[in-house]
Design a protein around this ligand. Structure first.
Ligand code: GH3
Ligand code: MG
Ligand code: MG
Length: 350
């Protein structure tokens, strides 16, 4: 067992199963069809990336809401074949469908004799043996060995362990998250990402930036004199301001940007692939949009206007770790607060 576990360790390389699950779950924001494909593709790419599986073709068929199985992920094929097969749904008399319904793992060692598989696929790729693995209720994984080779006992054990210990739990967790997704990562008042999800994403974006040699800009935002606004107008009106501020933040950012309610009347934005000069322009655009927006009863605010203060820091220029980046952006924000508010400050620029 230890031996198998070590192999799984190598198999998933540096990928932690929990990360796969979160990756899967976070991909659930995209439309449903694309989501399913992504879930499976991550798993298959992970398998195929292992040197041991270079002589294999992996197929994953997802069960759709109408109970049809659709080819949602493929690894090991060239891009022409991949584009040809991906997205195709299969008929109920196909072998893949039958094995899925049976819920039994099946190893078929002479595919040339089997009916109900695309014969041109089997012949072209010289598939000798195929391993069919229904994965819970989600779909079915098909592992084919090419060049007329048979799957060995060793490979079968390795694959079984990977499926039971990594793939199935990840997909289950992803599905679970899908159900709770809307509420678990979003702040109910503003519908922005919540603090927990923001922290998780910041870690991830920094890891990505390190790998890709990119920069990230972190913008921290705090509403000016918000206690005054609440005291003067009551909390429900204060809540309306928070909602409108969030809306303006969303309207002034792009799809890949991560906009979160950091806490109370504080917001944070991660701008992937932005440096401090790009980040400054974006922050200034947001500051101006808030200053220009006509909030209810803002004429009673100091200066007659409801405004925000912003601070930004740049990875890797100002920090190499998430906490440090947060700290630096916060310092910049406090610089704005101490210098008249309704301002953008860049860490290091004061
Ligand atoms: P500054 O300009 O220095 O930021 O001053 P401020 O008054 O905005 O900051 P302070 O930290 O003193 O007050 C923050 C206020 O934000 C106090 C708190 O009641 C309010 N607040 C935090 N969360 C919520 C919320 O969910 N709804 C409402 N209405 N108010 C909130
Ligand atoms: Mg505050
Ligand atoms: Mg404030």
């Amino acid at each position: 067992m230890l031996w198998i576990n070590q192999k799984i360790g190598q198999l998933v390389n540096n990928i932690n199963p929990k990360d796969i699950a979160f990756l899967l779950a976070s991909s659930l924001e995209i439309n449903k069809a694309k989501r399913s494909r992504l879930k499976a593709q991550i798993g298959l790419d992970c398998l195929y990336s292992h040197n041991y599986f270079k002589n294999f073709i992996f197929e994953f068929y997802f069960k759709e809401t109408n109970y049809k199985l659709r080819c949602s992920a493929l690894a090991g094929l060239d891009s022409i074949l991949k584009n040809y097969y991906i997205g195709k749904s299969i008929t109920t008399d196909s072998l893949v469908h039958k094995v899925f319904i049976s819920k039994k793992i099946s190893l078929l060692s002479d595919m040339s004799k089997e009916k109900g598989r695309r014969s041109e696929f089997i012949q072209k790729l010289k598939i000798q043996s195929s391993f069919f693995v229904p994965v819970g209720n989600f779909g079915i994984l098909v592992v084919n060995k090419i060049n007329k080779e048979k799957l060995s006992d060793y490979e079968i054990r390795l694959l079984k362990s990977f499926i039971n210990e990594v793939l199935t739990p990840s997909l289950e967790l992803a599905l679970d998250n899908e159900k709770n997704f809307g509420t678990s990562i979003r702040d109910p008042l503003t519908t922005l990402y919540n603090h927990g999800y923001f922290v998780f994403q910041l870690d991830r974006e920094i890891e990505n930036a390190k790998r890709g040699g990119n920069s990230i800009c972190l913008v921290m935002i705090d509403i000016d004199y918000f206690k005054h606004y609440n005291d003067k107008n009551g909390h429900p009106k204060g809540d309306k301001v928070l909602f409108n501020v969030a809306k303006i933040l969303k309207e002034n950012t792009r799809k890949g940007d991560i906009v979160a309610r950091y806490g109370g009347e504080e917001f944070a934005i991660i701008l992937p692939n932005a440096n401090s000069s790009g980040g400054y322009n974006k922050a200034e655009q947001i500051r101006k949009a808030i200053a220009d927006f006509k909030f209810d009863r803002e004429e009673f605010q100091p200066g007659g206007n409801l405004t925000i203060s912003l601070g930004l820091a740049d990875f890797p220029l100002n920090a190499t770790e998430p906490n440090e980046l947060l700290e630096k952006a916060d310092k910049a924000l406090y610089h704005s607060k101490n210098n008249g508010k309704n301002k953008v400050s860049v860490y290091g620029g004061f």
